[in-house]
Design a protein around this ligand. Structure first.
Ligand code: ADP
Ligand code: MG
Length: 397
């Protein structure tokens, strides 16, 4: 899918217009109701500030958590309005509904450069049901629709797809960056193009492997899914996660890589643990020597070196999926080595996937990467080349 021709906020005149801006304010909270990580809100500021400077009238909307189609005070976006007011240095008025009287009044009476926030979109079941009437009412609040919530673009909801039927629809700066960073890497990569795939299961990543195998020069497989490949090669993998119904698929993938003449790397050693637990007894063993009753929870040192060596000369790296259970310190070394190798390679580096993004952040490499996608599931779909309904629905240039 090519989204490079989609209109963005700079392609339209927003001056004095009421703009419905779909953001991703789905932030985490602590038990007292305080926002514990404001990253998602902070990332939306570029588009919000642009619209303020252009004297638009800004109507923000987002989902938060899973209220299952019913109003739930615990999932109100009020704390987000408070945080936004603080950051912007002026009041962001909070509607106490989504399409009701409060939302209509607030949006109708906005002054130039003013901002208001609608209540949690998912207080209505019609949002996730992509209900036409609901989308129409949402659209009625504004003159223009801007989507900057990349993380929900893989879902056809009223606020991501339905609303585009009724308004000129463009993307904000966040989505523009996602489209250009990931789009360029996939369609016009600086070579050699290396993809590193890991994470838990092969079955989650079949689409990505199938797409990328046609584009890359080197394919590196680590993480939990490597054990299915190792098992397909005849190695015994102990109690490692291994999808026995995917062995033929793994063989097909390896045959295809060979046929295409691309370099295909899987672990030659692994750090194995006795149990699936953060402080289980652990040791590094060669790939053909995983003892019965032990499970692979990270790549080994030899593998980390081999992968790092391959990454050294890369022009473009697309990485999805940690090399092991990187949430646990004892099994984070492999993921750390790969992050370091990518950071040092000077390659254009794209990180997709929610857990991968979290790992890169936690290990301290976030500012060394070219692009860390803000959408977990959406970034996977993008890398699969599967259509993202929220992007497809935007106007073309
Ligand atoms: P992403 O969200 O970036 O797409 P995934 O969800 O596919 O990544 O994979 C992340 C998960 O994979 C993590 O929870 C991690 O603990 C798990 N994982 C990685 N390696 C292994 C392994 N060897 N055994 C079990 N789980 C693993
Ligand atoms: Mg995940």
């Amino acid at each position: 899918m090519d989204y490079s021709n989609k209109k963005n906020v700079e392609d339209i005149n927003v001056q004095g217009k009421k703009v419905l801006l779909r953001c991703d304010f789905n932030v985490p909270f602590d038990a007292e109701g305080n926002i514990t990580d404001t990253k998602r809100i902070d990332e939306s500021m570029k588009t919000i500030n642009y619209l303020i400077n252009k004297n638009a009238k800004i109507i923000l909307c987002s989902h938060l958590g899973r209220p299952k189609g019913k109003p739930n005070p615990a999932l109100s976006l009020k704390p987000v309005a408070e945080y936004l007011s603080k950051v912007l240095g002026k009041e962001v008025k909070m509607a106490n509904d989504v399409i009701g009287e409060s939302a209509q009044n607030l949006s109708e009476n906005l002054n130039l450069g003013e901002v208001c926030l609608l209540e949690n979109l998912r207080f209505h079941s019609e949002e996730e049901g992509n209900n036409k009437e609901f989308a129409k009412k949402l659209a009625k609040l504004a003159d223009i629709y801007i989507n900057d919530a990349f993380g929900t673009c893989h879902r056809a909801h009223a606020s991501t797809v339905g609303v585009t039927e009724y308004l000129p629809s463009v993307c904000g700066f966040l989505i523009k960056k996602e489209i250009s960073a990931m789009g360029n890497a996939l369609t016009n990569p600086r070579r050699p193009f290396i993809s590193i795939l890991g994470g838990a299961k092969v079955s989650d990543k079949i689409g990505i492997i199938t797409n990328l195998i046609n584009k890359v020069d080197t394919l590196i497989i680590g993480g939990g899914m490597a054990y299915t490949f190792m098992n397909a090669l005849g190695y015994s993998v102990g109690t490692s996660i291994c999808e026995s119904d995917k062995l033929d698929l793994a063989k097909d993938i390896m045959a295809k890589a060979k046929e295409k003449g691309i370099k295909f790397l899987i672990p030659v050693d692994n750090k194995v643990g006795k149990e699936y637990s953060p402080d289980t007894e652990a040791k590094i063993v060669d790939a053909d020597k995983i003892p019965d009753g032990w499970m692979g929870l990270d790549i080994g040192t030899k593998t980390a070196n081999m992968f790092s060596e391959a990454i050294k000369g890369a022009g473009t790296v697309v990485w999805n999926g940690p090399m092991g259970v990187s949430e646990w310190e004892r099994f984070a070394d492999g993921t750390m080595s790969i992050a370091k190798a990518i950071a040092e390679s000077g390659a254009v580096s794209i990180i997709g996937g929610g857990d991968s993004a979290a790992a890169v952040q936690k290990l301290g490499f976030a500012d060394k990467m070219t692009h860390i996608s803000t959408g977990g599931g959406a970034s996977l779909k993008f890398l699969e080349d599967a259509p993202l309904p929220g992007l497809v629905a935007l106007d073309d240039k």
